[in-house]
Design a protein around this ligand. Structure first.
Ligand code: NDP
Ligand SMILES: O=C1O[C@H](COP(=O)(O)O)[C@@H](O)[C@H](O)[C@H]1O
Length: 492
């Protein structure tokens, strides 16, 4: 059955931070694409909120420039003619209590349209914005609110935000985004696990030796230095994306794909994560910061370097741009199976994958012929697909010469369709009122609780980020982490 683009009911989508980087690079192109596929009714509106002195026409002109710069294809004038009619700009400093009255007036004539408020601003504004929306009389059902990641900076701030937003919107109308949950291949992980009977018997400690989850980026931090210094890779990537991948990989089969069935299984994994403490933090984590190097054949500067020739990260730079962790899940299925997580900027290449290394056969009947344990690789991006390495016999006489060969499934070759961007899918799910691909409050807070302990252990043990060369696979400590267990990262 071919993919079908089902229109959504009329809506008002209000983007707080509608002039920001996320709106420019992700949200506006995603909305334009969904409009191009005729999923929006004529009267649906997109209202951007920012402090800038700009009228609707000014915003339309700005959006045109943004789309011309960020769409992978040329702007379609017919689609844009339709799209621009929806665009409005509301000038509002959310800190200014007086401004909210004029904000409310923009919705006096919105008829039956459900309002979705998308908070694409810094998280410290989330509580204030939710309060402003409520005071403007716009927080009642069925209106919804979307919170961009990160929800907070630690457990305490996450709770404060969740309390502040939760006192105005009930949990069923709060959509916490983790865009990895909208990625086609992350969804395919669920399809692979629960659509095939083959995997369940080997999905656990009896057959799996270790699991490796890598999200490597070739991009650097560049102009996001200030943001990164206050965040670091552990908060930016592990607390959300990596833990979500871990949950989907390790969770028990949910009763159904209903959102709460899936979330109930994910939270059990988060609660079973073994805490990392000062006593074991040096043996279970590695922190890194990239120096200068070569990425995709180009010389790139060090993290935070003012001078492009500078080889080492900026002296004041403290945050990690790389983190590796040996995570352990204290439950029956995964007892004794380490989950090695690693993520970093300016790595050798962009590559996200989940690798299962299986245990070796209990006894070889092939004499001295070396046998490689089986490996299952789920490639999330790029070149999405699944690869299974199996031992085979080299053809020809002369006994058994064993070779490990891949069984390869490429999604892009199997399905000749373009994948929708994660934000396109997630925006449509919010507009439809389907929370399955969003995080529940307890998931976010459980993720922070685990990450907070690592941050605290790093602080107490004064674990500093170790320099690694841009274009490499991270600092030496990341290799030592596995070497200590007699294992190696799979780079294939
Ligand atoms: N950029 C990215 O790739 C990603 C971003 N995110 C998250 O999305 C959120 C936004 O990030 P990003 O777009 O990069 O941030 P930017 O700094 O680029 O944009 C911030 C936006 O918030 C608006 N804003 C700030 N203060 C106020 C205020 N007092 N009143 C009204 N509007 C205000 C700004 O408008 P103006 O200054 O014009 O008034 C601007 O539109 C953050 O939480 C970030 O962590 C998540 C994933 C990826
Ligand atoms: O949320 C974030 O994700 C991006 C990586 O997303 P991807 O879809 O390109 O894999 C990361 O660059 C950014 O630092 C982080 O905030």
């Amino acid at each position: 059955m071919a993919a079908e683009f089902v229109p959504v009911d009329p809506f008002d989508l209000v983007i707080f931070g509608g002039t920001g980087d996320l709106a420019r690079r992700k949200l506006l192109p995603a909305l334009y694409h969904r409009d191009a596929d005729n999923q929006f009714s004529e009267d649906s509106r997109i209202l951007a909120v920012s402090r800038q002195d700009m009228d609707d026409a000014g915003y339309v002109a700005w959006v045109r420039e943004v789309l011309e710069a960020h769409l992978p294809e040329a702007l379609d004038e017919d689609v844009f003619a339709r799209f621009e009619k929806r665009l409005c700009h509301i000038q509002l400093d959310v800190d200014d209590a007086d401004g909210w009255q004029a904000f409310a007036e923009r919705f006096a004539d919105n008829g039956e349209r459900i309002c979705t408020f998308y908070l694409a601003t810094a998280p410290f504004l989330f509580g204030k914005i939710a309060a402003g929306i409520a005071d403007a009389g716009l927080s009642d059902a069925p209106n919804r609110i979307v919170l961009e990641k990160p929800v907070g900076h630690d457990t305490e701030s996450a709770r404060e935000i969740n309390d502040a937003v939760g006192s105005r919107f009930d949990e069923s109308r709060i959509y916490r985004i983790d865009h990895y949950l909208g990625k086609e291949t992350v969804q395919n992980l669920i399809a692979l696990r629960f659509g095939n009977s083959l995997f369940e018997p080997v999905w656990g400690r009896q057959a799996v030796d270790n699991v490796q989850i890598t999200v490597a980026e070739s991009l650097g931090v560049d102009e996001r230095f200030d943001f990164y210094e206050s965040t670091g890779a552990l908060r930016d990537m592990v607390q959300n994306h990596m833990l979500q991948l871990l949950c989907l990989t390790a969770m028990e089969p949910p009763a159904s794909m209903n959102h709460d069935d899936v979330r109930n299984e994910k939270i059990k994994v988060l609660r079973s994560l073994k805490p990392i403490a000062p006593g074991n933090v040096r043996k279970t984590t590695a922190r890194g910061q990239y120096g200068a190097g070569m990425v995709d054949g180009e010389a790139v500067p060090a993290y935070g370097a003012a001078d492009p020739e500078q080889q080492a990260p900026a002296e004041e730079a403290e945050a990690e741009t790389f983190v590796a962790i040996k995570a352990e899940i204290d439950n029956w299925r995964w007892q004794g199976v380490p989950f090695y997580l690693r993520t970093g900027k300016r790595m050798a290449r962009k590559s996200s994958q989940i690798v299962f290394e299986f245990k070796p056969v209990p006894h070889s009947i092939f004499g001295d012929e070396p046998l490689q344990p089986n490996r299952l690789v789920l490639r999330l991006q790029p070149e999405e697909g699944v690869e299974m390495s199996i031992m085979t016999k080299e053809p020809g006489p002369g006994g058994f010469r064993m070779r490990s060969l891949p069984l390869n499934l490429s999604f892009s070759q199997a399905f000749e369709v373009a994948y929708p961007d994660a934000y396109e899918r997630l925006l449509m799910e919010v507009l439809r009122g389907n929370p399955a691909l969003f995080m529940r409050r307890d998931e976010v807070e459980a993720g922070w609780a685990w990450v907070d302990r690592i941050l605290e252990a790093w602080r107490m043990e004064q674990v500093e980020a170790q320099e690694y060369m841009a274009g490499s696979w991270g600092p030496t400590d990341a290799f030592v982490l596995l070497d200590r267990d007699g294992r190696r990262w799979y780079e294939g």
